[in-house]
Design a protein around this ligand. Structure first.
Ligand code: HGY
Ligand code: MN
Ligand code: MN
Length: 415
Protein backbone atom coordinates (compact mmCIF):
# COMPACT_ATOMS: atom_id res chain seq x y z
CA UNK A 1 0.00 0.00 0.00
CA UNK A 2 1.26 3.52 -0.86
CA UNK A 3 2.04 6.05 1.85
CA UNK A 4 -0.97 6.16 4.10
CA UNK A 5 0.32 8.59 6.67
CA UNK A 6 -2.20 11.26 5.65
CA UNK A 7 -5.07 8.87 5.05
CA UNK A 8 -7.33 9.51 7.97
CA UNK A 9 -10.94 10.46 8.62
CA UNK A 10 -12.45 13.81 9.45
CA UNK A 11 -13.22 13.13 13.11
CA UNK A 12 -15.20 16.33 13.63
CA UNK A 13 -17.47 15.58 10.66
CA UNK A 14 -18.12 12.09 12.06
CA UNK A 15 -18.85 13.55 15.50
CA UNK A 16 -21.25 16.13 14.02
CA UNK A 17 -23.08 13.36 12.14
CA UNK A 18 -23.38 11.32 15.34
CA UNK A 19 -24.87 14.31 17.15
CA UNK A 20 -27.24 15.02 14.24
CA UNK A 21 -28.47 11.42 14.13
CA UNK A 22 -28.75 11.45 17.92
CA UNK A 23 -31.43 14.15 17.68
CA UNK A 24 -33.75 11.64 15.95
CA UNK A 25 -35.46 9.89 18.85
CA UNK A 26 -33.38 11.97 21.26
CA UNK A 27 -34.54 11.69 24.89
CA UNK A 28 -34.53 14.35 27.66
CA UNK A 29 -31.73 12.43 29.42
CA UNK A 30 -29.51 12.68 26.31
CA UNK A 31 -30.12 9.19 25.05
CA UNK A 32 -31.89 7.84 22.01
CA UNK A 33 -35.16 5.94 21.57
CA UNK A 34 -35.19 4.81 17.94
CA UNK A 35 -36.84 1.38 18.20
CA UNK A 36 -36.64 -0.62 15.01
CA UNK A 37 -39.31 -0.03 12.33
CA UNK A 38 -40.98 2.81 14.21
CA UNK A 39 -41.59 6.18 12.58
CA UNK A 40 -38.50 7.44 14.38
CA UNK A 41 -36.41 4.64 12.85
CA UNK A 42 -37.85 5.68 9.47
CA UNK A 43 -36.64 9.24 10.07
CA UNK A 44 -33.16 7.98 10.96
CA UNK A 45 -33.07 5.83 7.83
CA UNK A 46 -34.12 8.77 5.68
CA UNK A 47 -31.40 11.00 7.13
CA UNK A 48 -28.86 8.24 6.49
CA UNK A 49 -30.17 7.85 2.92
CA UNK A 50 -29.80 11.60 2.28
CA UNK A 51 -26.21 11.57 3.56
CA UNK A 52 -25.40 8.60 1.33
CA UNK A 53 -26.84 10.36 -1.70
CA UNK A 54 -24.79 13.47 -0.90
CA UNK A 55 -21.70 11.26 -0.73
CA UNK A 56 -22.48 9.96 -4.23
CA UNK A 57 -23.24 6.43 -3.05
CA UNK A 58 -25.74 4.09 -4.73
CA UNK A 59 -28.27 2.87 -2.19
CA UNK A 60 -29.90 -0.57 -2.35
CA UNK A 61 -32.47 -1.85 0.15
CA UNK A 62 -33.14 -5.55 0.51
CA UNK A 63 -36.31 -7.42 1.48
CA UNK A 64 -35.38 -7.17 5.17
CA UNK A 65 -34.90 -3.41 4.95
CA UNK A 66 -31.13 -3.76 5.22
CA UNK A 67 -29.58 -0.68 3.56
CA UNK A 68 -26.38 -0.94 1.50
CA UNK A 69 -24.84 2.32 0.23
CA UNK A 70 -22.23 1.45 -2.41
CA UNK A 71 -19.08 3.29 -3.50
CA UNK A 72 -18.02 1.78 -6.81
CA UNK A 73 -14.73 -0.02 -7.13
CA UNK A 74 -12.34 0.30 -10.06
CA UNK A 75 -13.34 -3.26 -10.84
CA UNK A 76 -16.98 -3.02 -9.83
CA UNK A 77 -17.62 -6.64 -10.70
CA UNK A 78 -15.60 -7.70 -7.62
CA UNK A 79 -17.40 -8.52 -4.36
CA UNK A 80 -17.64 -5.54 -1.99
CA UNK A 81 -16.01 -4.87 1.33
CA UNK A 82 -18.96 -4.11 3.59
CA UNK A 83 -18.62 -1.80 6.60
CA UNK A 84 -21.62 -1.29 8.83
CA UNK A 85 -23.71 -1.81 11.93
CA UNK A 86 -27.20 -0.67 12.99
CA UNK A 87 -29.20 2.55 13.49
CA UNK A 88 -31.93 1.06 15.68
CA UNK A 89 -31.60 1.56 19.44
CA UNK A 90 -32.87 0.22 22.73
CA UNK A 91 -35.86 2.03 24.31
CA UNK A 92 -33.45 3.73 26.72
CA UNK A 93 -30.46 3.54 24.42
CA UNK A 94 -27.60 5.86 23.69
CA UNK A 95 -26.38 7.82 20.66
CA UNK A 96 -23.48 5.51 19.81
CA UNK A 97 -24.44 1.79 20.08
CA UNK A 98 -24.59 0.71 16.41
CA UNK A 99 -24.76 4.26 15.12
CA UNK A 100 -20.99 4.71 15.44
CA UNK A 101 -20.50 1.73 13.12
CA UNK A 102 -22.86 2.98 10.43
CA UNK A 103 -21.72 6.61 10.50
CA UNK A 104 -18.08 5.62 10.99
CA UNK A 105 -18.38 3.60 7.79
CA UNK A 106 -20.02 6.57 6.06
CA UNK A 107 -17.12 8.73 7.25
CA UNK A 108 -14.71 6.24 5.69
CA UNK A 109 -16.26 6.70 2.25
CA UNK A 110 -16.62 10.47 2.74
CA UNK A 111 -12.86 10.57 3.48
CA UNK A 112 -12.00 8.39 0.47
CA UNK A 113 -13.99 10.85 -1.66
CA UNK A 114 -12.11 13.81 -0.16
CA UNK A 115 -8.75 12.10 -0.68
CA UNK A 116 -9.77 10.96 -4.19
CA UNK A 117 -8.68 7.43 -3.33
CA UNK A 118 -9.90 4.67 -5.62
CA UNK A 119 -10.24 1.07 -4.46
CA UNK A 120 -10.22 -2.10 -6.56
CA UNK A 121 -13.18 -3.59 -4.69
CA UNK A 122 -16.40 -1.64 -4.15
CA UNK A 123 -17.12 -0.57 -0.58
CA UNK A 124 -20.63 -0.71 0.88
CA UNK A 125 -21.93 0.98 4.02
CA UNK A 126 -24.58 -1.17 5.72
CA UNK A 127 -27.43 -0.43 8.12
CA UNK A 128 -28.89 -3.72 9.41
CA UNK A 129 -32.56 -3.90 10.39
CA UNK A 130 -33.49 -4.87 13.98
CA UNK A 131 -30.06 -5.55 15.40
CA UNK A 132 -31.22 -4.83 18.95
CA UNK A 133 -33.89 -7.52 19.20
CA UNK A 134 -35.66 -5.37 21.80
CA UNK A 135 -38.92 -4.82 19.90
CA UNK A 136 -38.70 -8.02 17.82
CA UNK A 137 -36.72 -11.00 19.08
CA UNK A 138 -34.29 -12.39 18.14
CA UNK A 139 -31.56 -9.80 17.87
CA UNK A 140 -29.54 -9.43 14.66
CA UNK A 141 -32.37 -11.14 12.82
CA UNK A 142 -31.75 -9.33 9.50
CA UNK A 143 -28.04 -10.06 9.27
CA UNK A 144 -29.16 -13.54 10.31
CA UNK A 145 -31.38 -13.77 7.21
CA UNK A 146 -28.50 -12.36 5.10
CA UNK A 147 -26.23 -15.11 6.48
CA UNK A 148 -28.82 -17.83 5.88
CA UNK A 149 -29.50 -18.50 9.60
CA UNK A 150 -33.18 -17.53 9.39
CA UNK A 151 -35.71 -17.44 6.57
CA UNK A 152 -37.26 -14.14 5.55
CA UNK A 153 -40.67 -15.59 6.48
CA UNK A 154 -39.48 -16.41 10.03
CA UNK A 155 -38.19 -12.86 10.43
CA UNK A 156 -41.37 -11.29 9.03
CA UNK A 157 -43.45 -13.34 11.50
CA UNK A 158 -41.76 -11.93 14.64
CA UNK A 159 -44.23 -9.91 16.69
CA UNK A 160 -43.80 -7.18 19.30
CA UNK A 161 -45.69 -6.96 22.63
CA UNK A 162 -48.57 -5.24 20.79
CA UNK A 163 -48.82 -8.13 18.33
CA UNK A 164 -47.49 -6.11 15.37
CA UNK A 165 -45.34 -8.16 13.00
CA UNK A 166 -41.87 -7.25 11.79
CA UNK A 167 -42.94 -7.77 8.17
CA UNK A 168 -45.95 -5.45 8.46
CA UNK A 169 -43.99 -2.75 10.26
CA UNK A 170 -41.18 -2.92 7.69
CA UNK A 171 -43.73 -2.39 4.89
CA UNK A 172 -45.52 0.32 6.87
CA UNK A 173 -42.41 2.50 7.12
CA UNK A 174 -41.69 1.98 3.43
CA UNK A 175 -38.36 0.18 3.77
CA UNK A 176 -39.29 -3.30 2.57
CA UNK A 177 -36.94 -3.27 -0.40
CA UNK A 178 -36.90 -5.65 -3.36
CA UNK A 179 -33.24 -6.68 -3.33
CA UNK A 180 -32.75 -10.34 -2.38
CA UNK A 181 -31.36 -10.78 1.14
CA UNK A 182 -27.82 -12.12 1.04
CA UNK A 183 -26.82 -14.89 -1.34
CA UNK A 184 -24.18 -12.62 -2.86
CA UNK A 185 -20.38 -12.73 -2.48
CA UNK A 186 -18.84 -10.35 0.07
CA UNK A 187 -15.08 -9.82 0.11
CA UNK A 188 -14.87 -8.89 3.82
CA UNK A 189 -16.94 -7.30 6.58
CA UNK A 190 -15.72 -4.92 9.28
CA UNK A 191 -17.86 -3.47 12.07
CA UNK A 192 -16.88 -0.53 14.27
CA UNK A 193 -18.74 -0.54 17.60
CA UNK A 194 -18.44 0.79 21.12
CA UNK A 195 -17.24 -1.87 23.57
CA UNK A 196 -20.30 -1.49 25.81
CA UNK A 197 -18.13 -2.58 28.72
CA UNK A 198 -15.37 -1.05 30.93
CA UNK A 199 -12.21 -2.92 29.86
CA UNK A 200 -10.77 -0.58 27.19
CA UNK A 201 -11.32 2.60 29.20
CA UNK A 202 -9.97 0.97 32.40
CA UNK A 203 -6.78 -0.05 30.57
CA UNK A 204 -6.37 3.28 28.77
CA UNK A 205 -6.74 1.69 25.34
CA UNK A 206 -7.67 3.68 22.25
CA UNK A 207 -9.18 0.73 20.39
CA UNK A 208 -10.05 -2.94 20.94
CA UNK A 209 -9.11 -5.69 18.47
CA UNK A 210 -12.14 -7.99 18.62
CA UNK A 211 -11.14 -11.64 18.17
CA UNK A 212 -14.42 -13.39 19.03
CA UNK A 213 -18.11 -12.84 19.75
CA UNK A 214 -19.39 -14.72 22.80
CA UNK A 215 -22.27 -17.19 22.47
CA UNK A 216 -25.81 -16.39 23.63
CA UNK A 217 -29.04 -18.15 24.59
CA UNK A 218 -32.28 -16.12 24.96
CA UNK A 219 -35.50 -17.51 26.45
CA UNK A 220 -39.17 -16.55 26.75
CA UNK A 221 -41.09 -18.00 29.68
CA UNK A 222 -44.85 -17.98 30.38
CA UNK A 223 -45.86 -18.96 33.92
CA UNK A 224 -49.50 -19.85 34.64
CA UNK A 225 -50.99 -20.00 38.15
CA UNK A 226 -54.43 -18.78 39.21
CA UNK A 227 -55.77 -15.28 39.78
CA UNK A 228 -57.57 -14.98 43.10
CA UNK A 229 -58.38 -12.48 45.83
CA UNK A 230 -55.34 -11.07 47.65
CA UNK A 231 -57.30 -10.81 50.88
CA UNK A 232 -59.34 -13.95 51.15
CA UNK A 233 -57.06 -16.60 49.62
CA UNK A 234 -55.10 -18.45 52.31
CA UNK A 235 -51.34 -18.63 51.58
CA UNK A 236 -51.23 -22.43 51.10
CA UNK A 237 -54.03 -22.23 48.52
CA UNK A 238 -52.30 -19.79 46.21
CA UNK A 239 -50.83 -20.40 42.74
CA UNK A 240 -48.91 -17.15 42.53
CA UNK A 241 -47.23 -16.78 39.13
CA UNK A 242 -45.35 -13.64 40.20
CA UNK A 243 -43.83 -15.49 43.16
CA UNK A 244 -42.61 -18.09 40.69
CA UNK A 245 -41.18 -15.39 38.45
CA UNK A 246 -39.40 -13.79 41.39
CA UNK A 247 -37.74 -17.10 42.26
CA UNK A 248 -36.77 -17.62 38.62
CA UNK A 249 -35.16 -14.16 38.50
CA UNK A 250 -33.09 -15.27 41.50
CA UNK A 251 -32.33 -18.59 39.74
CA UNK A 252 -31.14 -16.83 36.56
CA UNK A 253 -28.82 -14.62 38.59
CA UNK A 254 -27.46 -17.61 40.53
CA UNK A 255 -26.72 -19.48 37.28
CA UNK A 256 -24.72 -16.50 36.01
CA UNK A 257 -22.78 -16.30 39.28
CA UNK A 258 -22.13 -20.07 39.24
CA UNK A 259 -19.79 -19.83 36.19
CA UNK A 260 -17.28 -17.10 37.07
CA UNK A 261 -15.57 -15.04 35.75
CA UNK A 262 -17.04 -14.76 32.26
CA UNK A 263 -20.64 -15.97 32.45
CA UNK A 264 -23.39 -13.35 32.42
CA UNK A 265 -27.12 -13.88 32.97
CA UNK A 266 -30.03 -11.43 32.89
CA UNK A 267 -33.79 -11.48 33.38
CA UNK A 268 -34.80 -8.42 31.37
CA UNK A 269 -38.59 -8.45 30.86
CA UNK A 270 -41.33 -9.32 33.37
CA UNK A 271 -45.03 -8.70 32.63
CA UNK A 272 -47.47 -9.93 35.32
CA UNK A 273 -51.16 -10.41 34.60
CA UNK A 274 -53.59 -8.91 35.53
CA UNK A 275 -51.09 -6.60 37.26
CA UNK A 276 -53.66 -5.46 39.79
CA UNK A 277 -52.51 -4.60 43.29
CA UNK A 278 -55.09 -6.79 45.06
CA UNK A 279 -55.14 -9.80 42.73
CA UNK A 280 -52.76 -12.74 43.06
CA UNK A 281 -51.07 -12.77 39.64
CA UNK A 282 -52.30 -15.66 37.54
CA UNK A 283 -49.82 -15.26 34.70
CA UNK A 284 -46.37 -13.85 34.04
CA UNK A 285 -44.50 -13.39 30.77
CA UNK A 286 -40.77 -13.02 31.31
CA UNK A 287 -37.47 -13.28 29.46
CA UNK A 288 -33.97 -14.29 30.42
CA UNK A 289 -30.65 -14.76 28.67
CA UNK A 290 -27.20 -16.27 29.17
CA UNK A 291 -23.88 -15.43 27.47
CA UNK A 292 -20.46 -17.06 27.57
CA UNK A 293 -17.45 -17.45 25.24
CA UNK A 294 -17.43 -21.27 25.74
CA UNK A 295 -20.36 -23.17 24.21
CA UNK A 296 -20.28 -26.13 26.64
CA UNK A 297 -20.69 -23.76 29.60
CA UNK A 298 -23.65 -22.11 27.85
CA UNK A 299 -25.17 -25.61 27.59
CA UNK A 300 -24.63 -26.22 31.31
CA UNK A 301 -26.40 -22.93 32.08
CA UNK A 302 -29.25 -23.99 29.83
CA UNK A 303 -29.63 -27.29 31.71
CA UNK A 304 -29.57 -25.53 35.09
CA UNK A 305 -32.35 -23.21 33.94
CA UNK A 306 -34.63 -26.02 32.79
CA UNK A 307 -34.05 -27.96 36.02
CA UNK A 308 -34.60 -24.94 38.25
CA UNK A 309 -37.74 -23.71 36.51
CA UNK A 310 -39.27 -27.18 36.75
CA UNK A 311 -38.60 -27.38 40.50
CA UNK A 312 -39.85 -23.84 41.25
CA UNK A 313 -43.09 -24.33 39.31
CA UNK A 314 -43.73 -27.75 40.88
CA UNK A 315 -43.36 -26.29 44.37
CA UNK A 316 -45.84 -23.45 43.73
CA UNK A 317 -48.19 -25.42 41.50
CA UNK A 318 -47.60 -23.44 38.30
CA UNK A 319 -47.57 -24.66 34.73
CA UNK A 320 -45.03 -23.10 32.40
CA UNK A 321 -43.93 -22.79 28.80
CA UNK A 322 -40.15 -22.21 28.50
CA UNK A 323 -38.78 -21.74 25.00
CA UNK A 324 -35.40 -20.73 23.64
CA UNK A 325 -35.90 -17.92 21.12
CA UNK A 326 -32.32 -17.19 20.17
CA UNK A 327 -29.05 -19.08 20.19
CA UNK A 328 -25.70 -18.79 18.56
CA UNK A 329 -22.44 -20.42 19.49
CA UNK A 330 -19.33 -18.36 20.29
CA UNK A 331 -17.89 -17.10 17.00
CA UNK A 332 -14.16 -16.64 16.17
CA UNK A 333 -13.47 -13.73 13.77
CA UNK A 334 -11.26 -14.12 10.71
CA UNK A 335 -7.56 -14.16 11.53
CA UNK A 336 -6.50 -12.07 8.51
CA UNK A 337 -9.18 -9.45 9.22
CA UNK A 338 -8.16 -9.34 12.88
CA UNK A 339 -4.53 -8.83 11.80
CA UNK A 340 -5.59 -6.05 9.37
CA UNK A 341 -7.30 -4.26 12.26
CA UNK A 342 -4.23 -4.73 14.48
CA UNK A 343 -1.92 -3.40 11.70
CA UNK A 344 -4.17 -0.37 11.28
CA UNK A 345 -4.11 0.35 15.02
CA UNK A 346 -0.31 0.00 15.06
CA UNK A 347 -0.02 2.31 12.03
CA UNK A 348 -1.58 5.09 14.10
CA UNK A 349 0.30 4.14 17.25
CA UNK A 350 -2.98 3.54 19.09
CA UNK A 351 -2.81 1.61 22.37
CA UNK A 352 -4.87 -1.55 21.83
CA UNK A 353 -5.65 -4.99 23.26
CA UNK A 354 -7.46 -8.08 22.03
CA UNK A 355 -10.98 -8.44 23.38
CA UNK A 356 -14.04 -10.72 23.13
CA UNK A 357 -17.34 -9.04 22.26
CA UNK A 358 -19.72 -9.22 25.24
CA UNK A 359 -22.68 -7.99 23.21
CA UNK A 360 -24.07 -9.58 20.08
CA UNK A 361 -23.33 -7.87 16.77
CA UNK A 362 -24.28 -8.33 13.13
CA UNK A 363 -20.63 -9.23 12.59
CA UNK A 364 -21.33 -12.46 14.51
CA UNK A 365 -23.58 -13.57 11.65
CA UNK A 366 -21.57 -12.00 8.85
CA UNK A 367 -18.62 -14.13 10.02
CA UNK A 368 -20.54 -17.11 8.61
CA UNK A 369 -20.47 -15.79 5.04
CA UNK A 370 -17.31 -13.68 4.73
CA UNK A 371 -14.01 -12.92 6.50
CA UNK A 372 -15.10 -10.63 9.33
CA UNK A 373 -13.79 -8.76 12.33
CA UNK A 374 -14.66 -5.83 14.56
CA UNK A 375 -13.07 -2.74 16.02
CA UNK A 376 -14.12 -1.52 19.46
CA UNK A 377 -13.83 1.95 20.93
CA UNK A 378 -13.92 2.50 24.68
CA UNK A 379 -17.07 4.01 26.16
CA UNK A 380 -17.38 6.16 29.27
CA UNK A 381 -17.58 4.00 32.44
CA UNK A 382 -18.30 1.05 30.13
CA UNK A 383 -21.97 2.07 30.08
CA UNK A 384 -24.31 1.17 27.20
CA UNK A 385 -28.03 0.36 26.77
CA UNK A 386 -28.45 3.41 28.98
CA UNK A 387 -29.28 7.00 28.01
CA UNK A 388 -26.03 8.17 29.57
CA UNK A 389 -23.97 6.12 27.04
CA UNK A 390 -21.06 8.30 25.97
CA UNK A 391 -17.76 8.25 24.08
CA UNK A 392 -15.21 10.93 23.17
CA UNK A 393 -14.47 12.53 19.81
CA UNK A 394 -10.94 11.15 20.10
CA UNK A 395 -12.18 7.58 20.57
CA UNK A 396 -14.67 7.80 17.68
CA UNK A 397 -11.96 9.29 15.43
CA UNK A 398 -9.45 6.58 16.35
CA UNK A 399 -12.00 3.84 15.72
CA UNK A 400 -12.93 5.27 12.32
CA UNK A 401 -9.26 5.67 11.35
CA UNK A 402 -8.65 2.00 12.11
CA UNK A 403 -11.81 1.06 10.18
CA UNK A 404 -10.55 3.11 7.22
CA UNK A 405 -7.16 1.44 7.06
CA UNK A 406 -8.44 -2.09 7.69
CA UNK A 407 -11.01 -1.58 4.93
CA UNK A 408 -8.38 -0.26 2.52
CA UNK A 409 -6.19 -3.28 3.15
CA UNK A 410 -9.03 -5.51 1.93
CA UNK A 411 -10.51 -3.19 -0.73
CA UNK A 412 -7.01 -2.45 -2.16
CA UNK A 413 -6.05 1.08 -3.13
CA UNK A 414 -5.62 1.60 -6.89
CA UNK A 415 -3.44 4.42 -8.25
O1 HGY B 1 -28.12 -7.83 23.01
C1 HGY B 1 -27.11 -7.55 22.36
O2 HGY B 1 -26.05 -8.08 22.57
C2 HGY B 1 -27.19 -6.52 21.28
O3 HGY B 1 -27.24 -5.25 21.88
N1 HGY B 1 -28.34 -6.73 20.42
MN1 MN C 1 -25.09 -2.69 18.93
MN1 MN D 1 -27.34 -2.79 21.58
Amino acid sequence: MSDLSNVRVNGQRLWDSLMEMGKIGGTPKGGCKRLTLTDVDKQGRELFRSWCQTAGLTLKIDEMGNMFARRAGVDDSLPPVILGSHLDTQPTGGKFDGVLGVLGALEVVRSLNDLKIKTRHPIEVANWTNEEGSRFAPAMVSSGVFAGVYTKEFAYSRVDVEGKSLGDELARIGFKGDEPVGGRPVHAYFELHIEQGPILEDEGCDVGIVTHGQGQRWYELKLTGFESHAGSTPMPRRKDALLGAARIVELVNAIGLSKPPLAVSTAGMLIPYPNSRNVIPGEVFMTCEFRHPIDSILSEMDAALHEGVKAICAKIGLTYDLKQVFYYAPVPFDDECVKAVRRAADHFGYKHRDIVAGAGHDACYMARVTPTSMIFTPCVDGVSHNESEDITLEWSTAGANVLLHAALEKAEIVG
